[in-house]
Design a protein around this ligand. Sequence first.
Ligand SMILES: *Cc1c(COP(=O)(O)O)cnc(C)c1O
Length: 384
Amino acid sequence: MIPYGKQEISNQDIESVVEVLNSDFITQGPKVPEFEQALICYTGAKYACAVNSGTSALHIACLALDVGKGDIVWTTPNTFVASANCALYCGAQIDFVDIDPRTYNLSAVFLSEKLVKARQENRLPKVVIPVHFSGQPCEMKAIHQLSLEYGFSIIEDASHAVGASYLGKPVGNCDYSDITVFSFHPVKIITTGEGGMALTNSSDLAYKMRLYRSHGIDRDIQEENNNEGKWFYQQTALGFNYRMTDLQAALGVSQSKRISEFVFERHRLAARYDALLADLPLDRPYQSSASYSARHLYVIQLFLDSLKKTRKEIFNELVACGIGVNVHYIPVHTQPLYRALGFNSGDFPEAERYYSRAISLPLFHHMTESQQDSIVDALTRVLA
Ligand SMILES: *Cc1c(COP(=O)(O)O)cnc(C)c1O
């Protein structure tokens, strides 16, 4: 089976992790700040906070922005559930903004329309979480402009977009957001096994996120009375144990040296798909000229009206051919948990239409051309 995504682990990666196993620190130690520094250098953000997953990074990002009961968070329905769950963790309400049918990203136009209505109803969001779906950055300039007009904060969910750039600058620099979140799950661009990071240019947000990462405990706090010594710490907030281990961070440091190479390879393979699929009854992924995608996913949209098979039949036949296709994403608002909160099918028609026609083809940076050719051959036969 050719998987839809897969990590690449080099001998150097393995040596880096083994080195940590032989060292004094295996939980959060010196490798964690080194990994944070590597991504600060790569993105240009001022601060970084590495944690044990992208989901944890989203959670502490919401907490640092004071998301809580009575607040509303908006995101896109075309995402992994974690982008919405983080608001619920904080006791906030969630709502969605439908997608741009060209990029499959949260639409800045729909956002603008929804904000006008929300202001009239006095239900403006505190935070908006645009997701750079498939690695292609959202229209951050327009979204940022709206944030100034309507007073919301922005968390970029860049789980797919490590190594992407927007208007010529690296995603993660937070030029148009308060916080950017990365995931290092093995199918993503670089991996730490499990892991995530939150980047920001605000020292205040960075301080809060570090606090929430480790129980809400501040070890640098000034000793208030002279009877306290080096052991002294103060818990000032209800935090979590979201720490990344040094084993993970060492893998991250080693992987991060290859971000550009990985993304370049993904572009080369995506361009090959574009050429090889040109005559098939499907839409290939549109790429905006404002951005350089990280090419996390290669999603095709089937012309189901002119095909004699359903998406399910096509999907199953590809799996039977040994092709590990996938579907990204079931619109979050149609999940049972979200239906129980009052959402229904039909609420976000663009995301639902997109979902009904979508198949993600395998794409990972060390996929061979012959693997890719066999995927295209199978797809051609199945669609014939
Ligand atoms: C993978 C992913 C996450 C969650 O990241 P984890 O590291 O798996 O917790 C969040 N949002 C999106 C869009 C993702 O693809």
